[in-house]
Design a protein around this ligand. Structure first.
Ligand code: NAD
Length: 481
């Protein structure tokens, strides 16, 4: 069984304790690799290495830091097929999705922030009273980046690229459920000759390795993407230490379909929004609110689309639905299907575990599931399921659609579908979500602020927001005679 290693101070190494964790293939439910079970000592070593590297790295020119990111981007691009296969094997995502979305986005993240490094500028404010302010923006020092399993290399690079571009040194903790591409990335850093300690990757469990990273006194900021409960725990530990915090958390995103939408496109895109990556994308639209006059027609066309989704071995190029990430997550999703039934939901399709024939029969698959007949305020419609499960809800008025869309504790994303431009602007302005898509879904411009409101998090990633997060502003005010 392959053994993965931490990447600390430019070297690959096992955990100091010698402990290992199993890494499972979701398509079969069987372990296929081992990762270091890292603890305090590994995080402490990584932070110390990052601190040693910081003076030199932060003194390099922004063009040089950009050049390092471009070099890494080129290596990821060179190894695209290998990384696509590794990501699909490790996370269960269909190989076609890893090829069209995850790995190309990792390349783009690195290139985007390579450019940002050279374009980032700080503000200057002239005062009428005869003074000028300019703002210095310096890197923070050692920062921690903690990423989840659903978009492994995509979100790992989304954090470390701006952190490095801004001149910080990084200790990254990828999800223990999907360590493989972060490990392969650390091999690429060694091949590129990235100076030792600039980036360190420590594998292991959240409550051990992750928690130590959050609490380490020399880590100045934590950029975290993951569940809301974990985010609350991290905030409670980091806030008393006055660390900078960026928290990108869960969602329960509405898709709002008005009767005047472009019907065919809305049906196919709302199905994509619901079931991409088996519904395991924080931006997935898991509650579809449909104007009552269109409801039956929409339901029929939507069901046809969902029932045609091809579930199976994620390594098969034609597969559209792979397995869920873990046995525990499978049980959580199945638990929500039971809850939906108890709450009076009518399962229109799916609703069960799936056991594809062949090598994947023991994998963690759930049939794509559509449920109707549930009120907006029941638990099924309020809590994040994070699987291939979507509910359909009919609404009568625009006001009702907005109320229900905003009714959950979350506020990450929303999409709305209508050909009435005034309505689109009017409704978009009232949605409590950090990302609102009109007549599209997950169309991403990396310059825009990305993040949620309410329990979906605090802070924003993307573009200058990320560069500002990873720098400290100091203002100098000069009075002239
Ligand atoms: P998770 O919170 O269980 O884990 C995320 C990461 O945090 C992992 O690396 C984990 O090891 C680590 N971790 C866990 N406990 C920790 C602790 N006490 N201290 C420090 N680190 C700890 O989340 P997950 O299950 O990996 O990811 C799924 C969740 O992520 C979903 O809720 C999803 O909505 C959310 N998500 C949000 C966004 C966004 O941009 N808002 C993007 C992707 C995923």
């Amino acid at each position: 069984m392959e053994k993965l290693a931490n990447y600390i101070d430019g070297q690959l190494a096992p955990a100091a304790s010698g402990g290992w964790l199993e890494d499972f293939e979701p398509a079969t439910g069987k372990p296929y690799a081992r990762i270091p079970d890292s603890h305090k000592a590994d995080i402490d070593n990584a932070v110390a290495a990052a601190q040693r590297a910081f003076p030199e790295w932060s003194a390099t020119s922004s063009a040089e830091r950009g050049a390092w990111l471009l070099k890494l981007a080129a290596l990821v691009e060179r190894d695209l097929e290998k990384l696509v296969g590794a990501e699909s094997l490790d996370s269960g995502k269909p190989v076609a999705l890893a090829r069209s979305l995850d790995i190309p986005r990792a390349v783009t993240n690195l290139r985007f922030f390579a450019a940002a490094a050279t374009q980032f500028a700080s503000e200057s404010h002239a005062m009428e009273s005869g003074a000028i302010n300019y703002t210095l923006r310096s890197p923070l020092g050692v920062v921690g980046c903690i990423s989840p399993w659903n978009l492994p290399l995509y979100l790992f690079t989304w954090k470390l690229a701006p952190a490095l571009a801004a001149g910080n040194c990084v200790v990254a903790k990828p999800s223990e459920l999907t360590p493989m591409t972060a490990y392969l990335f650390s091999e690429l850093c060694i091949e590129a000759g990235l100076p030792a300690g600039v980036l360190n990757v420590v594998h292991g469990l959240g409550p051990k390795a992750g928690a130590r990273l959050v609490e380490h006194p020399d880590v100045k900021a934590i950029s975290f993407t993951g569940g809301t409960r974990t985010g609350a725990d991290i905030a409670s530990r980091a806030a008393p230490k006055f660390k900078k915090l960026s928290l990108e958390l869960g969602g329960k995103n509405p898709t709002i379909v008005f009767a005047d939408c472009d019907f065919e496109r809305t049906v196919s895109e709302s199905a994509r929004a619901a079931f991409s990556n088996q519904g395991e994308i924080c931006l997935c639209g898991s509650r579809i609110l449909v104007e009552r006059s269109l409801y039956e027609r929409f339901r029929e066309a939507f069901m046809q689309r969902v029932q045609s989704l091809r579930l199976g071995d994620p390594s098969d190029e034609r597969t559209e639905q792979g397995p869920l990430i873990s046995e525990a997550h499978l049980q959580k999703v199945l638990g929500y299907l039971d809850l939906a039934r108890k709450e009076g939901g009518k399962i229109l399709c799916g609703g069960r575990r799936a056991n594809p024939k062949g090598r994947c029969t023991t994998g963690w698959f759930v049939e794509p599931t559509v449920i109707e007949n549930l009120p907006s305020d029941c638990r099924t419609n309020q809590e994040e399921i994070f699987g291939p499960v979507v509910t359909l809800i009919a609404f009568d008025t625009e006001e009702q659609a907005i109320d229900w869309a905003n009714s959950t504790p979350y506020g990450l994303a929303a999409s709305l579908w209508s050909e009435n431009t005034s309505r689109c602007h009017r409704v978009a302005a009232r949605l409590e979500a950090g990302l609102i898509w009109v007549n599209c879904w997950m169309l991403r411009d990396l310059r825009v602020p990305m993040g949620g409101v309410k329990q979906s998090g605090t802070g924003r990633e993307g573009g200058w927001e990320a560069m500002r997060f990873f720098t400290e502003a100091r203002n100098v005010c000069i009075k002239y005679a």
